[in-house]
Ligand binder design. Structure first.
Ligand code: SAM
Length: 346
């Protein structure tokens, strides 16, 4: 495809992502998947939305080949095979969730441009929906395969969780993963830590009635010195090391707080530390963009290292070794092009 044509397509597809995000947030895809072919006004009425906006949104959906339109009847239809990638009923396959990142990044474009000129970073407070979208993201991408694919990466782990162990999740955000574990394994005790007061406060509201879980708001930058020694049997980080201000300190703290036979399970972005090896990465451009406009900048805003999401497997292994870890196994899940799963022991 000629380059100019490719850019033209990129313009259309970038715009389409914003409209897909709106379709998700307004539940228009969910509404349409329940309806027989319907007029714009009928869809708006069913969704409880303003007809003029819905009609314009449908224009983008039709020209974007997401929704079909019959000019004879004036009716719109969301094909079932498209609904399978766009609705809440699609659960883990709902790609509309990820389209929300485009708008969330667009929110800070002006601040990022300033950083290009002056340095520094854009703080979490500027990303007003970040924790909400992130919880939806990991709720799909991690929770959907927690028991089937992720826990089995550590042989014997589910048995130990059933018997009762101490578990720590760092950079836990809104804490959904930990909460699921706390419900499934009542004999174990769980602690989630995150910089965000807002995210940990939200996590607490979701865990009411659970006696085996605690969420702590704290900066982990000094975790190498402050982590409780030999305290936890399992430490987890889900997509949370590269955003840290001081990732190496966090990794050193994890080693310090693990019991001698403990395990550290780390999810982080797959990819290489060398950009030329990422050219064929199916999500390369998206991940570098999310990195530049979120992961790297929130770390820099804390006066941090700004590792970025695309720090890559080579550098991840190097950091784990520098933190003192000796046993590092890297796993990939067949259905997951975005992540590496590191099983790490002292
Ligand atoms: C990409 S999010 C992942 C959240 C969660 N693990 C999930 O998968 O939904 C990274 C998390 O790291 C946290 N974080 C960033 N810098 C931190 C710091 N200095 N101390 C503690 N947590 C930090 C952020 O608040 C954010 O919740």
């Amino acid at each position: 495809m000629p380059f100019a044509e490719r850019l033209l397509r990129a313009l259309n597809d970038g715009a389409l992502c914003l409209m897909v995000s709106i379709g998700h947030r307004t539940a228009l895809f969910d509404t349409m998947s329940r309806l027989a072919p319907a007029t714009s006004d009928e869809i708006a009425a069913e969704a409880g939305l303003q007809p003029r906006y819905v009609r314009e949104w449908l224009g983008a959906m039709v020209t974007g080949r997401v929704v079909e339109y019959d000019p004879e009847t004036g009716r719109y239809r969301l094909p079932a095979e498209h609904a399978a990638s766009l609705t809440r009923a699609a659960a883990a396959d709902n790609m509309a969730v990820f389209a929300q990142y485009i708008g969330e990044l667009g929110r800070v474009e002006g601040d990022i441009v300033e950083c290009f000129r002056k340095g520094g970073g854009v703080p979490y407070e500027k990303f007003t929906r970040f924790h909400e979208v992130m919880a939806e993201d990991s709720g799909q991408s991690v929770l959907s395969c927690l028991e089937s694919h992720i826990l089995p990466l550590v042989p014997g782990l589910t048995e130990r969780l059933e018997q009762g162990i101490r578990v720590l999740d760092l950079g836990c955000g809104r804490g959904r993963i930990l909460q699921r574990l706390a419900v499934s394994y009542p004999n174990s005790r769980f602690v989630g830590m995150d910089l965000s007061e807002e995210a940990t406060a939200y996590a607490r509201t979701q865990a009411v009635g659970l006696g085996n879980i605690e969420y702590v708001a704290r900066d982990l930058s000094d975790f190498d010195r402050t982590a409780e020694p030999d305290a936890f049997d399992l430490v987890t980080t889900f997509d949370a090391i590269h955003d840290q201000a001081k990732p190496l300190n966090v990794l050193k703290g994890i080693r310090r707080t693990l019991r001698p036979d403990g395990v550290y399970l780390m999810q982080d972005i797959s990819g290489s530390s060398h950009v030329h090896k990422d050219v064929e990465h199916p999500l390369g451009t998206l991940l570098y963009t999310v990195s530049c406009m979120h992961c790297m900048t929130v770390s820099l805003a804390q006066g941090g290292e700004g590792l970025g999401a695309m720090w890559g497997e080579e550098k991840t292994q190097e950091y784990l070794r520098r933190a003192g870890f000796r046993s590092i196994n890297v796993n990939r899940l067949a259905h997951d092009v975005q992540n590496n799963w590191y099983v790490v022991r002292r």
